[in-house]
Design a protein around this ligand. Structure first.
Ligand SMILES: NC(=O)c1ccc[n+]([C@@H]2O[C@H](COP(=O)([O-])OP(=O)(O)OC[C@H]3O[C@@H](n4cnc5c(N)ncnc54)[C@H](O)[C@@H]3O)[C@@H](O)[C@H]2O)c1
Ligand SMILES: O=C(O)C(=O)C[C@]1(C(=O)O)C=C[C@@H](O)C=C1
Length: 362
């Protein structure tokens, strides 16, 4: 029996657990310091066993996945030095930054266990085991950062276990990872949060700002709803990269400001053309980096029974919905439903079926 211990069974840890749950020869043990969370993991059936004792959770484990906020990964690595680990055990994490985690692991004495950094490039603004999904990692890139000298057999053992996620494993140096992911994931989160807060400030004196906020605002700001603790830890652990990126961002914005100030219409059009070209060349609906895979957004009138009508319409065309969520529901504006599908075929079909009746956004 291969034992996999998951420390922190939230969105990421819970989604990993779901990929392995019920597979022959695998036992998944969940750890949380909070007894109520342990009960929740068991009740939801995402793990085979769960405990508030780290020692018990990792005893005899072949793999240990640290799935807690980045700021806590070093604490758990330290704790792992003090408990008995199975010789040859592989410890990994799913933290969004890698340099600080890998450096910390290199300082630890892990009693013959190996540490390989990890970061699945998939996720969402939601958190907790309630948001976990068997399909979260499908088709996403999953970055691994093995330290120099990691035996190939050890690396391959982890890759083999991760095949259950259906993610595409990619080996990247930790420093390069933080530079790139800083730019394509961390910087956009800063921008989204700053933008929402700027508008929220205007809205304090005039509620029309929020009321009129439409598709463009929604598209660029979904990620502003991310978990505050998770993002605090990410920015703090990627500080030098973030500071450089924000300096570059200030420069980009200043260029825009000056194009508007000097009525440089050609410059503005050129900026849109270059951006449109780069964006159109992004990997087709690759999961994770900002866009969620196979999610449709549907504007719906705010009246009772609307969710039932949408679900019935899809059901009558034999389209399988994997999730449905109300992401805006207020008296004064139409609601927005987020519909998630497991595959491209259902996603495309749903878009066709709904378009004659509703405003549909991708
Ligand atoms: N959410 C994403 O989109 C995403 C994507 C890729 C990687 N990550 C990384 O994955 C890790 C987990 O993020 P998540 O989205 O699953 O968050 P989450 O909040 O859904 O889960 C975090 C888990 O850690 C546990 N936890 C929190 N504080 C704890 C503490 N003090 N002691 C013990 N357990 C504690 C929580 O109970 C929960 O089970 C983070 O390091 C994050 O950077 C997140
Ligand atoms: O899709 C989202 O909501 C995410 O924030 C996912 C996202 C990203 O920026 O792409 C966020 C953090 C991760 O470390 C990896 C993926």
């Amino acid at each position: 029996m291969t034992k996999i211990a998951i420390v922190g069974v939230g969105l990421m840890g819970g989604s990993l657990a779901l990929c392995w749950k019920g597979k022959p020869g695998l036992h998944i043990s969940g750890f949380s310091s909070n007894p109520a969370s342990v009960d929740k993991y068991l009740k939801r059936g995402v793990v085979d066993s769960a405990t508030t004792s780290l020692k018990e959770a990792v005893a005899d484990a072949d793999f240990i996945f640290l799935c807690v906020p980045v700021g806590l990964i070093s604490d758990y690595l330290e704790k792992l030095q003090q408990v008995e680990l199975k010789p040859g055990c592989i410890i990994t994490d799913v933290g969004s930054t890698k340099r600080s985690v890998v450096e910390c692991a290199a300082r630890m004495k892990l009693q013959g266990a190996y540490f390989i950094g990890g970061h699945p490039m998939a996720g969402s603004e939601r958190s907790g085991v309630e948001a976990a999904s068997l399909y979260l990692y499908e088709n996403a890139f999953y970055v691994l950062t093995p330290p120099e000298g990691t035996p190939e057999e050890v690396y391959n053992r982890l890759v083999e276990l991760l095949q259950w996620t259906r993610a595409q494993i990619i080996r990247v140096d930790a420093e390069q990872h933080d530079d790139i992911v800083g730019a394509i994931s961390h910087l956009p989160h800063v921008i989204a949060v700053a933008l929402v807060n700027q508008i929220a400030g205007y809205n304090e004196s005039n509620g029309l700002y929020r009321a009129l906020a439409a598709g463009g605002f929604r598209d660029i700001t979904r990620i502003a709803s991310g978990d505050p603790v998770m993002w605090r830890d990410i920015f703090q652990s990627n500080k030098p990269v973030m500071l450089k990126l924000l300096d570059d961002w200030n420069e980009e914005i200043s260029k825009f400001r000056s194009m508007i100030e000097t009525n440089d219409g050609d410059g503005i059009m050129d900026a849109f053309k270059r951006a449109g070209k780069f964006r159109s060349e992004l990997p087709e609906r690759r999961k994770g980096v900002i866009t969620a895979l196979y999610d449709l957004y549907v504007d719906v009138p705010d009246h009772p029974g609307i969710i039932g009508s949408v679900a019935t319409l899809l059901g009558s065309h034999r389209i399988n919905l994997s999730n449905i969520q109300i992401i805006e529901s207020r008296d004064d504006v139409p609601g927005v439903l987020r519909l998630s599908f497991r595959n491209e075929e259902d996603f495309e079909k749903a878009s066709e079926v709904l378009k004659p009746y509703y405003v549909v956004h991708v």
